[in-house]
Write a protein that binds this ligand. Structure first.
Ligand code: C5P
Ligand code: C5P
Ligand code: ZN
Length: 484
């Protein structure tokens, strides 16, 4: 029998948990996105259930300055969730100065491997006892385990006094889905163990279903129209085509004159629509691989109300991004902790703004154009797209008309602090050929006096204004040195 991949983290997770259970004053600091919020929610609930009190804070990025500020706070122990590994060199310095004891629960690439002139990786990592990161145990942090999943491993080790933390697996799945780890038909690797825990605990329903975004809340015509990833002629990106397709099915797809949502359909109706989508696509010559991608594993939060954003792991993660990326991580955290009234109402307002910004951002990029260079492509959003969502927009436009699906994309936007934010996004195929964006973003940023890091497939950086040209020149050279 093969053992579950998540168990590879168990020993280190037990060591981290043992230390945390004895900590006197504890701060949990987490990243402001869906994975960061779910990470914090899982860690803090597990700690509280174990009788440990913990304060929570969030940060856009863990800068040197922020670490200095954290060091001045009156906490003996700092638990970093969904970031920390990318700053391991600085964190070790604080530990050595006795400022705090760090515990890191992250899945980003450790900064040891991202530094120019760094000490050998094993030496630096060995300096830190409480570093829980799938990458240290042979698990891919970009595709097989998220920050929330790593915190879930910790939560299991924190179980004591009869507590059972398996219910927290639902949030771990939301974090993984939010980090785009369910891209190719479903979750993989250690994430599968977590989803299975969720199903066993009755908090997750895993089904084979249409792999489109918005199954809970989008009206059927919009659900089909926004199926860019399928590229179905006459349906994707075609409002009247989608309505015509649905009308031609001869089914009752409206309730009191209002289009139903996918979640409001019977299994028979869902099956009929998928079958007809397949027939329609075959007759229009869509590739078999595209058609096969119509259906994949979907993750529903069994305890949430059907027809709400929180029922679907994907929609839930967008709600969380709408709060965290707009300066309201407290609202998102509150939802994760079970507040379904005031916080959810607030989040819905933020969601409307987020959706509008994403759609305006995509239009801006497509209108203004992407500059395609020899081995990469880029666009500059200046102050037209918020720095906190420019990475999401970059990921969404990659592969659309006007971009090259076979080159990584880099996106620039101005920040409120007078810096430049850069987001890089790649594809699975590019990563398989050797692309490591975390390394590129880190080294190119250091080259121009900034800092960056992340994952092989998606990474980010902050650099000084007016350094984009130098940043891209360095990036071009680094890309040539990676074997893709
Ligand atoms: O900081 P964190 O790891 O939570 O953020 C991951 C980011 O990388 C997300 O914005 C996600 O969309 C992106 N990503 C991606 N494809 C992957 C993994 C992550 O676009 N396979
Ligand atoms: O900000 P963006 O969505 O582009 O970030 C992509 C990935 O890179 C995320 O996982 C984020 O945490 C990481 N990142 C980082 N260091 C930065 C900026 C982003 O590790 N300075
Ligand atoms: Zn993450």
């Amino acid at each position: 029998m093969t053992s579950s991949p998540i168990l590879k983290l168990e020993h280190r997770a037990n060591e981290c948990a043992k230390y945390l259970l004895e900590s006197e004053s504890l701060l949990c600091i987490s990243h402001v996105d869906a994975d960061g919020l779910t990470s914090a929610a899982i860690a803090t609930q597990a700690l509280q259930r174990a009788g440990v009190s913990v304060s929570t804070a969030f940060s856009k990025k863990l800068s040197d300055l922020e670490l200095d500020q954290i060091a001045k706070m009156p906490y003996d122990t700092v638990l970093f969730t969904d970031f920390g590994s990318g700053k391991i060199d600085k964190i070790i310095e604080h530990k050595e100065l006795g400022n705090f004891t760090p515990v890191i629960c992250d899945h980003h690439q450790p900064s040891d491997i991202l530094q120019i002139n760094s000490e050998p990786i094993n030496h630096r990592i060995a300096d830190l006892d409480f570093h829980l990161n799938p990458l240290l145990f042979g698990i891919d942090g970009a595709t097989e385990l998220s920050g929330a999943g790593t915190c879930y491993a910790l939560a299991k080790s924190l179980e004591c006094n009869g507590a059972n933390n398996r219910d927290l697996s639902a949030l771990a799945v939301v974090g993984a889905v939010g980090d785009m780890q369910a891209k190719n038909g479903g979750l993989s690797g250690a994430n599968i163990d977590i989803a299975k825990d969720g199903a066993d605990a009755g908090v997750l329903k895993i089904t084979r279903d249409l792999s489109l975004y918005g199954k809970q809340t989008r009206s059927l015509p919009k659900l089909l129209e926004y199926s860019n990833e399928f590229g179905i002629p006459g349906i994707s990106n075609d409002s009247s085509g989608s309505i015509k397709f649905l009308n031609n099915l001869g089914m009752e797809l409206k309730n009191n004159g209002k289009w139903k949502t996918w979640s409001g359909l019977s299994p028979f109706e869902k099956k009929e629509i998928v079958n007809e989508l397949v027939r329609h696509s075959i007759s229009r010559g869509l590739s078999a691989s595209k058609i096969n991608s119509f259906v994949g594993l979907a993750y529903e939060l069994e305890l949430e109300v059907i027809g709400t954003e929180l029922r679907d792991a994907n929609e839930f993660s967008t709600v969380l991004n709408s709060t965290a990326r707009y300066g309201r991580p407290d609202v998102g955290l509150s939802i994760c902790l079970g507040n379904r009234e005031e916080a959810f109402a607030r989040a819905k307002n933020l969601l409307a703004i987020h959706r509008k910004n994403l759609s305006m951002g995509i239009s801006y990029v497509l209108r203004d154009g992407v500059s395609i260079e020899e081995n990469f492509q880029w666009f500059h959003a200046r102050n037209q797209i918020r720095d906190t969502i420019v990475g999401i927009v970059a990921g969404m436009v990659l592969g659309l008309e006007g971009t090259d699906p076979n080159k990584p994309i880099f996106a620039f936007a101005e920040t409120e602090d007078g810096d430049l934010k850069v987001s890089g996004r790649g594809t699975t195929a590019l990563v398989e050929n050797g692309l490591n964006l975390a390394e590129i973003m880190s080294l190119s940023a250091q080259h121009v006096g900034g800092e960056g890091g992340g994952h092989n497939i998606a990474a980010g950086a902050t650099i000084p204004l007016n350094t984009e040209k130098m940043f891209l020149e360095k990036t071009k050279t680094l890309l040539l040195s990676q074997p893709n």
